[in-house]
Design a protein around this ligand. Structure first.
Ligand SMILES: Cc1ncc(COP(=O)(O)O)c(C=O)c1O
Length: 378
């Protein structure tokens, strides 16, 4: 195995142009959390997303989510509904200011927050501060339905687009649906800055406030003056340089991710036990991670597939373990509408994330697919 080329789940892909912006930062000594690259990266993102969005570049996606809750004035004890089937960073920031997450189950069409479960949750919990929904694995949720339900209840909708930059729902980019959208440029994302994030908002004032809070809430005085508690959450000018370089390749990355997904679909088309992660008509995912589930009744388990690939030096990952199943959230509420096992738990039990690295060659993909096919006796 040691001499077999390692195939990653999703590793960073640099193109060289990133260095141009980093050099500029060095040449001008602008290596602090402000400068031309920070402004340029924000401007590039605002242009890419369009729809009048303003972007604040931050140290991480988690910071962006935390600031979104700060900006809506989340108070200790406030209930926030969050996707159960997501990475913990979608919902952890709810707790940073004492909020209480209540988890909402998934629907089967996109694996994302189920609008029916969200409706049911509002009946159970009448006083809710906000709803945060992730677009899992780059697949848009039923964003218009979710947004409408939140509107009807007068509750803020926040869209965690950390995994879905470049995806659209009914032609509109993800990250623009809620009052706030959040992005991540973590190492495994569709574009990366090594680490970083952005807060997207329709309101320029919120961008200004987010930037203020992200720079220790420093008042505009000659001395350090603070009337509020702030954070050290701003993105550095070096990191933003990587982002500017990566932006030039965002659409190319999405196209390559789609190619991987199509290759998997072709490779498994004669194996009815395998289904790829679904998406809804009218949505165009960014195909960040291709995942598969194994149909009920199969004698092959996700761990069989993962172990077979690992034995060949190929990385996979289980489906994100739902938040309502996490020990740390064992006392939090959870709302599902399907009888019996929840949809999110069912997907977790039967699924896995497939290698979705855009540097995979045709040979790499053949290698992965043939190992999986063998698991199913093909
Ligand atoms: C759905 C989701 N939300 C939030 C985050 C947090 O982003 P970051 O790692 O940049 O803090 C991530 C990724 O890490 C994520 O996958």
């Amino acid at each position: 195995m040691a001499d077999k080329k390692k195939i990653y789940l999703a590793s960073p892909t640099m193109h060289g142009d990133e260095l141009k912006f980093i050099h500029e930062a060095f040449d001008t000594n602008w290596v602090a959390p402000l400068g031309a690259n920070v402004n340029g990266f924000e401007a590039d993102m605002e242009k890419y997303i369009g729809h009048g969005m303003h972007a604040a570049a931050l140290a991480s996606g988690t910071a962006a989510i935390h600031l979104a809750f700060r900006l809506i004035g989340l108070r200790p004890g406030d209930i926030v509904f969050g996707s159960s089937l997501t990475f913990a960073a979608t919902v952890n920031p709810i707790t940073y200011d004492g909020g209480v997450p209540v988890f909402i189950d998934s629907e089967r069409d996109s694996w994302n927050m189920d609008p029916r479960a969200l409706e049911a949750a509002f009946e159970k919990y009448p006083n809710v501060k906000a709803v945060i929904c992730a677009n899992l694995y780059g697949t848009p949720a039923k964003l218009d339905e979710l947004e409408k339900i939140c509107e009807d209840h007068g509750v803020t909708f926040i869209e965690d687009a950390a995994e879905s930059l470049g995806a659209t729902y009914k032609g509109v980019p993800t990250g623009t649906f809620g009052k706030f959208g959040t992005l991540s440029f973590n190492g495994n994302k569709i574009i990366t800055t090594s680490g970083g994030g952005m807060l997207l908002t329709h309101d320029e004032e919120f961008k200004k406030k987010a930037t203020f809070l992200a720079t220790q809430a420093r008042e505009n005085e000659r001395w350090y003056e603070h009337k509020e508690i702030g954070f050290n959450y701003r993105m550095s000018n070096i990191v933003a340089g990587i982002g500017r370089g990566q932006m030039e390749f965002l659409d190319e990355h999405v196209a390559l991710k789609k190619k991987l997904r199509d290759r998997y679909a072709e490779g498994f088309k004669d194996i009815p036990e395998i289904k790829l992660n679904p998406y809804i008509e009218g949505s165009e995912p960014n195909y960040w991670l291709t995942c598969m589930t194994i149909e009920e009744g199969s004698n092959v388990s996700p761990f069989d597939v993962m172990d077979a690939l690992a034995a060949d030096n190929i990385e996979t990952r289980p489906i994100w373990k739902p938040m309502h199943m996490q020990p740390v959230y064992k006392d939090n509420g959870f709302v599902q509408v399907e009888e019996g096992i929840s949809v999110s738990e069912d997907i977790f039990n039967r699924g896995l994330c497939l290698p979705s690295d855009i540097k995979n060659t045709e040979e790499d993909m053949d290698r992965i697919i043939s190992i999986i096919r063998k698991c199913f006796g093909k």
